[in-house]
Design a protein around this ligand. Sequence first.
Ligand code: DAH
Length: 345
Amino acid sequence: MKENLLTSLESLQTELQTVLKSVDDPQNLQETRVLFLGKKGKLTQILKGLGKLDPKDRPEVGAKANEIKQSLEEKLTEAEQRVQAQVYEKQIAQDTFDITLPGRPVTRGHIHPLTQIYDLTSSIFEKMGFQTHTGPEIEDDYHNFEALNIPVDHPARDLQDTFYLPGLKWLLRTHTSTVQIHVMEQNQPPIRMIAPGVVYRADSDVTHTPMFHQIEGLWIDEKTTFADLKGVLTLFIQQIFDEETQVRFRPSYFPFTEPSAELDISCVFCKSLKKDCVICKGTGWLEILGCGMVDPAVFKSVGYDAEKYTGFAFGIGLERLAMLKFGINDLRLFFENDHRFLSQF
Ligand code: DAH
Protein backbone atom coordinates (compact mmCIF):
# COMPACT_ATOMS: atom_id res chain seq x y z
CA MET A 1 0.00 0.00 0.00
CA LYS A 2 2.69 2.41 1.09
CA GLU A 3 4.95 1.42 -1.78
CA ASN A 4 2.11 1.98 -4.22
CA LEU A 5 1.54 5.48 -2.95
CA LEU A 6 5.23 6.34 -3.08
CA THR A 7 5.55 5.11 -6.69
CA SER A 8 2.42 7.00 -7.75
CA LEU A 9 3.84 10.17 -6.19
CA GLU A 10 7.20 9.67 -7.91
CA SER A 11 5.56 9.02 -11.25
CA LEU A 12 3.68 12.34 -10.99
CA GLN A 13 6.98 14.12 -11.57
CA THR A 14 7.84 12.37 -14.80
CA GLU A 15 4.26 12.63 -15.93
CA LEU A 16 4.24 16.37 -15.43
CA GLN A 17 7.54 16.71 -17.21
CA THR A 18 6.18 14.90 -20.25
CA VAL A 19 3.02 16.98 -20.31
CA LEU A 20 4.92 20.24 -19.96
CA LYS A 21 7.03 19.47 -22.99
CA SER A 22 4.04 19.97 -25.25
CA VAL A 23 2.56 22.94 -23.40
CA ASP A 24 3.27 26.24 -25.12
CA ASP A 25 0.60 28.73 -24.17
CA PRO A 26 -0.43 30.26 -20.85
CA GLN A 27 -3.99 28.96 -20.97
CA ASN A 28 -2.82 25.40 -21.47
CA LEU A 29 -0.32 25.79 -18.71
CA GLN A 30 -2.97 26.95 -16.28
CA GLU A 31 -5.04 23.89 -17.09
CA THR A 32 -2.03 21.69 -16.46
CA ARG A 33 -1.51 23.32 -13.07
CA VAL A 34 -5.12 22.56 -12.13
CA LEU A 35 -4.81 19.04 -13.43
CA PHE A 36 -1.84 18.26 -11.19
CA LEU A 37 -2.18 20.56 -8.17
CA GLY A 38 -5.83 21.64 -8.22
CA LYS A 39 -8.40 20.68 -5.55
CA LYS A 40 -9.48 17.68 -7.56
CA GLY A 41 -6.10 17.23 -9.21
CA LYS A 42 -3.84 14.22 -9.48
CA LEU A 43 -1.89 14.95 -6.30
CA THR A 44 -5.03 15.28 -4.19
CA GLN A 45 -6.39 12.06 -5.68
CA ILE A 46 -3.27 10.17 -4.62
CA LEU A 47 -3.29 11.72 -1.15
CA LYS A 48 -6.80 10.44 -0.59
CA GLY A 49 -5.11 7.03 -0.11
CA LEU A 50 -3.24 8.44 2.89
CA GLY A 51 -6.18 7.80 5.24
CA LYS A 52 -6.18 4.11 4.57
CA LEU A 53 -2.51 3.81 5.37
CA ASP A 54 -1.04 2.29 8.47
CA PRO A 55 -0.58 5.30 10.85
CA LYS A 56 3.12 4.57 11.28
CA ASP A 57 3.73 4.89 7.51
CA ARG A 58 1.86 8.17 7.20
CA PRO A 59 4.67 10.58 8.18
CA GLU A 60 7.01 9.12 5.55
CA VAL A 61 4.46 9.27 2.76
CA GLY A 62 3.31 12.73 3.95
CA ALA A 63 6.87 14.04 3.79
CA LYS A 64 7.31 12.55 0.33
CA ALA A 65 4.05 14.14 -0.79
CA ASN A 66 5.27 17.56 0.33
CA GLU A 67 8.55 17.11 -1.44
CA ILE A 68 6.79 16.11 -4.65
CA LYS A 69 4.34 18.96 -4.39
CA GLN A 70 7.19 21.42 -4.10
CA SER A 71 8.99 19.90 -7.03
CA LEU A 72 5.81 20.07 -9.14
CA GLU A 73 5.41 23.74 -8.18
CA GLU A 74 8.95 24.46 -9.28
CA LYS A 75 8.50 22.74 -12.61
CA LEU A 76 5.30 24.62 -13.27
CA THR A 77 6.87 27.97 -12.37
CA GLU A 78 9.79 27.27 -14.64
CA ALA A 79 7.42 26.39 -17.45
CA GLU A 80 5.42 29.58 -16.82
CA GLN A 81 8.53 31.69 -17.22
CA ARG A 82 9.45 29.85 -20.38
CA VAL A 83 5.98 30.24 -21.89
CA GLN A 84 5.77 33.93 -20.94
CA ALA A 85 9.15 34.59 -22.56
CA GLN A 86 7.89 32.86 -25.71
CA VAL A 87 4.80 35.05 -25.68
CA TYR A 88 6.94 38.20 -25.47
CA GLU A 89 9.27 37.03 -28.19
CA LYS A 90 6.32 36.38 -30.47
CA GLN A 91 4.94 39.83 -29.74
CA ILE A 92 8.26 41.50 -30.46
CA ALA A 93 8.59 39.60 -33.72
CA GLN A 94 5.11 40.71 -34.81
CA ASP A 95 5.23 44.31 -33.58
CA THR A 96 7.73 45.53 -36.10
CA PHE A 97 8.11 49.31 -36.18
CA ASP A 98 9.78 51.63 -38.62
CA ILE A 99 12.78 53.19 -36.95
CA THR A 100 13.27 55.51 -39.91
CA LEU A 101 10.04 57.41 -39.17
CA PRO A 102 10.74 60.92 -37.84
CA GLY A 103 10.13 61.29 -34.10
CA ARG A 104 7.61 63.59 -32.46
CA PRO A 105 9.36 66.82 -31.54
CA VAL A 106 9.14 67.91 -27.91
CA THR A 107 7.99 71.53 -27.89
CA ARG A 108 9.66 73.68 -25.26
CA GLY A 109 7.78 76.24 -23.22
CA HIS A 110 8.91 79.85 -23.04
CA ILE A 111 8.90 82.31 -20.20
CA HIS A 112 6.45 85.09 -21.06
CA PRO A 113 8.26 88.33 -21.97
CA LEU A 114 6.44 90.18 -19.18
CA THR A 115 7.59 87.60 -16.66
CA GLN A 116 11.12 87.90 -18.00
CA ILE A 117 11.14 91.67 -17.66
CA TYR A 118 9.61 91.40 -14.19
CA ASP A 119 12.26 88.90 -13.07
CA LEU A 120 15.00 91.14 -14.41
CA THR A 121 13.54 94.27 -12.80
CA SER A 122 13.01 92.72 -9.40
CA SER A 123 16.49 91.18 -9.36
CA ILE A 124 18.05 94.59 -10.07
CA PHE A 125 16.13 96.22 -7.21
CA GLU A 126 16.70 93.30 -4.87
CA LYS A 127 20.45 93.78 -5.30
CA MET A 128 19.96 97.37 -4.16
CA GLY A 129 18.21 96.16 -1.00
CA PHE A 130 14.56 96.56 -2.01
CA GLN A 131 12.09 94.08 -0.51
CA THR A 132 9.09 92.85 -2.48
CA HIS A 133 5.57 93.49 -1.16
CA THR A 134 2.16 92.81 -2.66
CA GLY A 135 -1.28 94.26 -2.02
CA PRO A 136 -4.92 93.57 -2.90
CA GLU A 137 -6.25 94.13 -6.42
CA ILE A 138 -9.64 95.18 -5.06
CA GLU A 139 -9.07 98.36 -3.09
CA ASP A 140 -11.04 100.94 -1.21
CA ASP A 141 -11.18 104.55 -2.33
CA TYR A 142 -8.94 105.54 0.57
CA HIS A 143 -5.89 103.46 -0.42
CA ASN A 144 -6.21 104.10 -4.15
CA PHE A 145 -6.86 107.86 -3.94
CA GLU A 146 -7.39 109.63 -0.61
CA ALA A 147 -4.24 108.51 1.19
CA LEU A 148 -2.21 109.28 -1.92
CA ASN A 149 -3.31 112.91 -1.79
CA ILE A 150 -6.03 112.54 -4.41
CA PRO A 151 -9.16 113.78 -2.61
CA VAL A 152 -12.70 113.26 -3.93
CA ASP A 153 -13.47 115.75 -6.70
CA HIS A 154 -9.76 116.30 -7.33
CA PRO A 155 -9.23 116.62 -11.09
CA ALA A 156 -6.32 114.14 -10.89
CA ARG A 157 -8.89 111.36 -10.50
CA ASP A 158 -9.86 111.91 -14.10
CA LEU A 159 -6.37 110.81 -15.19
CA GLN A 160 -7.40 107.28 -14.34
CA ASP A 161 -10.60 105.82 -15.78
CA THR A 162 -11.58 103.63 -12.94
CA PHE A 163 -13.52 100.37 -12.66
CA TYR A 164 -15.73 100.83 -9.61
CA LEU A 165 -17.59 98.01 -7.93
CA PRO A 166 -21.31 98.56 -7.30
CA GLY A 167 -21.69 100.98 -4.40
CA LEU A 168 -18.54 102.93 -5.37
CA LYS A 169 -16.73 102.07 -2.13
CA TRP A 170 -14.54 99.45 -3.77
CA LEU A 171 -12.64 99.57 -7.03
CA LEU A 172 -10.06 97.66 -9.04
CA ARG A 173 -6.81 99.40 -8.16
CA THR A 174 -5.68 101.78 -10.89
CA HIS A 175 -2.03 101.69 -9.84
CA THR A 176 0.35 99.86 -7.51
CA SER A 177 0.92 103.06 -5.51
CA THR A 178 -1.74 101.63 -3.17
CA VAL A 179 0.86 99.20 -1.84
CA GLN A 180 2.99 102.15 -0.64
CA ILE A 181 0.16 103.04 1.74
CA HIS A 182 -0.35 99.48 2.99
CA VAL A 183 3.35 99.04 3.66
CA MET A 184 3.72 102.41 5.42
CA GLU A 185 0.64 101.70 7.56
CA GLN A 186 2.25 98.51 8.78
CA ASN A 187 5.92 99.49 9.04
CA GLN A 188 8.12 102.27 10.30
CA PRO A 189 10.98 103.75 8.25
CA PRO A 190 13.49 102.98 6.91
CA ILE A 191 11.57 101.42 4.02
CA ARG A 192 12.95 100.18 0.76
CA MET A 193 10.34 98.25 -1.18
CA ILE A 194 9.07 97.31 -4.60
CA ALA A 195 5.54 96.14 -5.32
CA PRO A 196 4.81 94.36 -8.58
CA GLY A 197 1.25 93.76 -9.68
CA VAL A 198 -1.71 93.96 -11.98
CA VAL A 199 -3.65 97.22 -12.29
CA TYR A 200 -6.90 98.08 -14.08
CA ARG A 201 -8.25 101.03 -16.01
CA ALA A 202 -11.29 101.40 -18.24
CA ASP A 203 -9.08 101.92 -21.28
CA SER A 204 -8.83 99.86 -24.43
CA ASP A 205 -7.09 100.70 -27.69
CA VAL A 206 -3.83 99.96 -29.51
CA THR A 207 -1.73 101.42 -26.73
CA HIS A 208 -3.97 100.62 -23.73
CA THR A 209 -5.37 97.41 -22.29
CA PRO A 210 -7.89 97.38 -19.41
CA MET A 211 -5.42 95.36 -17.37
CA PHE A 212 -1.68 95.89 -17.25
CA HIS A 213 1.29 95.55 -14.93
CA GLN A 214 3.27 97.98 -12.83
CA ILE A 215 6.13 97.87 -10.42
CA GLU A 216 6.01 100.42 -7.66
CA GLY A 217 9.07 101.52 -5.74
CA LEU A 218 9.47 103.36 -2.45
CA TRP A 219 12.54 104.37 -0.45
CA ILE A 220 12.13 106.26 2.81
CA ASP A 221 14.78 107.23 5.31
CA GLU A 222 15.95 110.24 7.27
CA LYS A 223 18.08 111.84 4.58
CA THR A 224 16.84 110.48 1.29
CA THR A 225 17.23 113.04 -1.50
CA PHE A 226 16.40 113.55 -5.13
CA ALA A 227 20.04 112.64 -5.86
CA ASP A 228 19.34 109.14 -4.43
CA LEU A 229 16.31 108.86 -6.69
CA LYS A 230 18.40 109.81 -9.72
CA GLY A 231 21.16 107.39 -8.77
CA VAL A 232 18.90 104.40 -8.17
CA LEU A 233 16.81 104.90 -11.31
CA THR A 234 19.80 105.62 -13.55
CA LEU A 235 21.47 102.43 -12.38
CA PHE A 236 18.23 100.52 -12.98
CA ILE A 237 17.85 101.83 -16.54
CA GLN A 238 21.46 101.10 -17.42
CA GLN A 239 21.12 97.54 -16.15
CA ILE A 240 17.88 96.92 -18.06
CA PHE A 241 19.21 98.40 -21.31
CA ASP A 242 22.93 99.20 -21.40
CA GLU A 243 25.47 101.55 -19.89
CA GLU A 244 25.30 103.84 -22.92
CA THR A 245 21.64 104.63 -22.27
CA GLN A 246 21.16 108.27 -21.27
CA VAL A 247 18.48 109.42 -18.83
CA ARG A 248 16.77 112.74 -18.26
CA PHE A 249 14.36 113.77 -15.52
CA ARG A 250 11.60 115.97 -16.87
CA PRO A 251 9.35 117.94 -14.47
CA SER A 252 5.88 116.44 -14.22
CA TYR A 253 2.93 116.15 -11.89
CA PHE A 254 1.69 113.38 -9.60
CA PRO A 255 -0.46 114.19 -6.58
CA PHE A 256 1.57 111.95 -4.27
CA THR A 257 5.02 113.32 -5.10
CA GLU A 258 6.53 116.80 -4.96
CA PRO A 259 8.58 117.50 -6.95
CA SER A 260 7.52 114.95 -9.55
CA ALA A 261 9.35 113.87 -12.63
CA GLU A 262 8.99 111.76 -15.72
CA LEU A 263 12.06 109.72 -16.52
CA ASP A 264 12.99 109.65 -20.20
CA ILE A 265 15.71 107.49 -21.71
CA SER A 266 17.66 108.03 -24.91
CA CYS A 267 15.95 106.11 -27.72
CA VAL A 268 17.11 102.50 -27.58
CA PHE A 269 16.18 102.00 -31.23
CA CYS A 270 17.77 104.87 -33.12
CA LYS A 271 20.39 105.42 -30.39
CA SER A 272 20.76 109.07 -31.31
CA LEU A 273 18.44 111.61 -32.78
CA LYS A 274 17.14 110.30 -36.08
CA LYS A 275 14.33 112.24 -37.67
CA ASP A 276 12.58 109.18 -39.11
CA CYS A 277 12.59 106.96 -35.96
CA VAL A 278 8.97 105.84 -35.46
CA ILE A 279 9.57 104.83 -31.86
CA CYS A 280 10.84 108.14 -30.45
CA LYS A 281 9.18 110.10 -33.25
CA GLY A 282 12.42 111.84 -33.99
CA THR A 283 12.81 113.30 -30.49
CA GLY A 284 15.57 110.90 -29.43
CA TRP A 285 13.86 110.34 -26.07
CA LEU A 286 11.40 107.75 -24.73
CA GLU A 287 9.18 108.27 -21.72
CA ILE A 288 9.66 105.37 -19.34
CA LEU A 289 8.42 105.94 -15.79
CA GLY A 290 7.02 108.39 -13.26
CA CYS A 291 8.78 109.31 -10.04
CA GLY A 292 9.27 111.97 -7.40
CA MET A 293 9.84 112.84 -3.76
CA VAL A 294 7.03 111.56 -1.54
CA ASP A 295 4.61 114.41 -0.81
CA PRO A 296 4.40 115.28 2.94
CA ALA A 297 0.62 114.90 2.63
CA VAL A 298 1.17 111.16 2.03
CA PHE A 299 3.35 110.89 5.13
CA LYS A 300 0.56 112.59 7.05
CA SER A 301 -1.98 109.96 5.88
CA VAL A 302 0.13 107.16 7.33
CA GLY A 303 1.24 109.03 10.46
CA TYR A 304 4.91 109.51 9.56
CA ASP A 305 6.79 112.57 10.76
CA ALA A 306 7.32 114.58 7.55
CA GLU A 307 9.94 116.73 9.30
CA LYS A 308 12.04 113.68 10.08
CA TYR A 309 11.63 111.51 7.00
CA THR A 310 12.00 112.05 3.30
CA GLY A 311 11.64 109.55 0.50
CA PHE A 312 11.18 108.93 -3.15
CA ALA A 313 8.75 106.79 -5.11
CA PHE A 314 8.48 105.57 -8.65
CA GLY A 315 6.06 103.63 -10.81
CA ILE A 316 7.12 101.58 -13.82
CA GLY A 317 4.81 100.22 -16.51
CA LEU A 318 6.05 96.70 -17.21
CA GLU A 319 4.47 96.36 -20.67
CA ARG A 320 6.12 99.54 -21.85
CA LEU A 321 9.47 98.41 -20.49
CA ALA A 322 9.12 95.00 -22.18
CA MET A 323 8.08 96.63 -25.50
CA LEU A 324 11.20 98.77 -25.52
CA LYS A 325 13.49 96.02 -24.29
CA PHE A 326 12.29 93.40 -26.80
CA GLY A 327 11.19 95.68 -29.65
CA ILE A 328 7.49 94.75 -29.48
CA ASN A 329 5.15 97.20 -31.21
CA ASP A 330 1.66 96.11 -30.19
CA LEU A 331 0.61 95.97 -26.55
CA ARG A 332 -2.15 93.44 -27.23
CA LEU A 333 0.40 90.78 -28.21
CA PHE A 334 1.22 90.32 -24.53
CA PHE A 335 -2.26 89.08 -23.73
CA GLU A 336 -3.22 87.05 -26.79
CA ASN A 337 -0.89 84.20 -25.82
CA ASP A 338 -0.20 83.32 -29.42
CA HIS A 339 2.53 80.73 -29.36
CA ARG A 340 4.14 82.15 -32.50
CA PHE A 341 4.72 85.37 -30.59
CA LEU A 342 5.69 83.92 -27.23
CA SER A 343 8.15 81.43 -28.66
CA GLN A 344 10.34 84.27 -29.94
CA PHE A 345 11.49 85.15 -26.44
N1 DAH B 1 0.96 105.68 -9.95
C1 DAH B 1 1.41 106.37 -11.14
C2 DAH B 1 0.55 105.91 -12.32
O1 DAH B 1 0.00 104.86 -12.28
C3 DAH B 1 2.84 106.05 -11.42
C4 DAH B 1 3.75 106.70 -10.43
C5 DAH B 1 4.26 107.95 -10.68
C6 DAH B 1 4.07 106.05 -9.26
C7 DAH B 1 5.08 108.58 -9.77
C8 DAH B 1 4.90 106.66 -8.33
C9 DAH B 1 5.41 107.92 -8.61
O2 DAH B 1 5.25 106.07 -7.20
O3 DAH B 1 6.23 108.50 -7.71
O4 DAH B 1 0.46 106.62 -13.28
